[in-house]
Design a protein around this ligand. Structure first.
Ligand code: DP6
Length: 337
């Protein structure tokens, strides 16, 4: 039996945002979400088994206190149950090439990598792997597939069988889309997404409108834009989704403010840039943190970065860190010793 594997799994960035769970234990979201993966930013993770000792997890060389992180136990126990091996101990060594906990979907890549590795070791189906990733962190399940990944909320609250992922068919055109990530240094977020989204459900009156009306419309608009290779229509959905996530965060009590002055400077710059050139060339999105991800077509990357350099002074805190290719690969198995 193979008992050790190393995998590399990219972060995914939500174009349509997941925010809020209708079942916290099973991590079933209140609304559908859609993401793209960015190949250049990833978690590289080794998973192996022993028959004695305790489960262990180390992230970027630091050992994790598993008593404080029940999600790891949920994933490990679910794996042991699925493969009917109650006594194996699971060991994880993970490294990321980006800042953890800064609104760059680090938990997504981390748990997706663990699930993908366990899936390889236990010969799990794609749906089983997606489910394991989801039990670790909701957004992680979208990193198991590639392309435009649609995570469904499903209609049920007490069972997660409908809360699966599939891929929205996309024309070749989308392979020319790039992601430019502006990562701010020292930008670990104050309010973890898990807590933030729960507070939003409890206190925001805008949230219900978002779930019932706005997200279903955005999913439809996104699918149409993708099928028609219409970047501007997609960009509009991306920007409006990001804005609405941060609007419901502001509407939460006490308010949650993930964006900072630099984030807002970027928003102004990007809107001004699109306005100046007379079309929507750059679409920004922010998750639960101040880091900005800009989706842009390959042909526009150079002029966009030139305009950025003309406007902003050289500043380490606000530099494009990575210009990632999208959708070319996702979960990649490195070796099977
Ligand atoms: C803003 O997946 O981190 O990035 O399921 O509680 O672990 P949990 O939350 P998490 O939330 C991510 C929220 C988001 C939007 C998104 O990725 O869709």
């Amino acid at each position: 039996m193979v008992s050790k594997v190393t995998v590399r799994v990219p972060i995914n960035i939500a174009l349509i945002k997941y925010w809020g769970k209708k079942n916290e234990k099973l991590i079933i979201p209140c609304n559908d979400s859609v993401s793209l993966a960015i190949d250049d930013l990833y978690a590289e993770t080794t998973v192996y088994f022993t028959t004695d000792g305790q489960d262990s997890v180390s992230i970027n060389g630091k050992s994790t206190d598993l008593t404080a992180k029940p999600r790891f136990h949920n994933v490990f126990n679910e794996y042991r149950r699925t493969v009917n091996q109650p006594n194996i101990k699971i060991h994880v060594e993970s490294r990321t090439n980006f800042t953890v906990a800064a609104g760059l979907a680090s938990s997504a890549a981390g748990f997706a990598a663990i699930a993908f590795a366990l899936g390889q070791l236990g010969n799990l189906s794609q749906d089983q792997t997606v489910r394991l990733a989801r039990l670790g962190s909701g957004s992680a399940c979208r990193s198991v597939l590639k392309g435009f990944v649609h995570w469904h909320a499903g209609t049920k609250v007490d069972t997660d069988e409908e809360s699966t992922c599939d891929v929205i068919p996309s024309p070749e055109f989308w392979k020319t889309v790039r992601a430019v990530v502006f990562e701010q240094k020292n930008s670990e977020k104050d309010v973890p997404s898990t807590d933030g989204m729960q507070k939003t459900i409890e206190t925001s009156s805008l949230f219900g409108h978002r779930v019932d009306k706005v997200v279903p419309q955005h999913v439809e608009d996104l699918k149409k834009a993708v099928a028609a290779s219409d970047f501007e229509a997609l960009g509009r959905v991306i920007i409006q989704e990001s804005n609405q996530l941060h609007a419901v965060c502001l509407d939460t009590f006490p308010p949650i403010l993930y964006l900072n002055d630099r984030s807002r400077a970027l928003i102004n710059f990007i809107c001004g840039y699109n306005n100046k050139i007379g079309r929507l060339a750059a679409a920004y999105t922010f998750d639960a943190g101040p880091n900005c991800c800009v989706f842009i077509q390959e042909k526009d990357v150079k002029p966009f970065l030139q305009a950025f350099a003309d406007k902003f002074e050289f500043d380490h805190a606000l530099l494009p860190q990575s210009i990632g290719k999208l959708t070319t690969s996702n979960t990649e198995k490195q070796d099977l010793p």
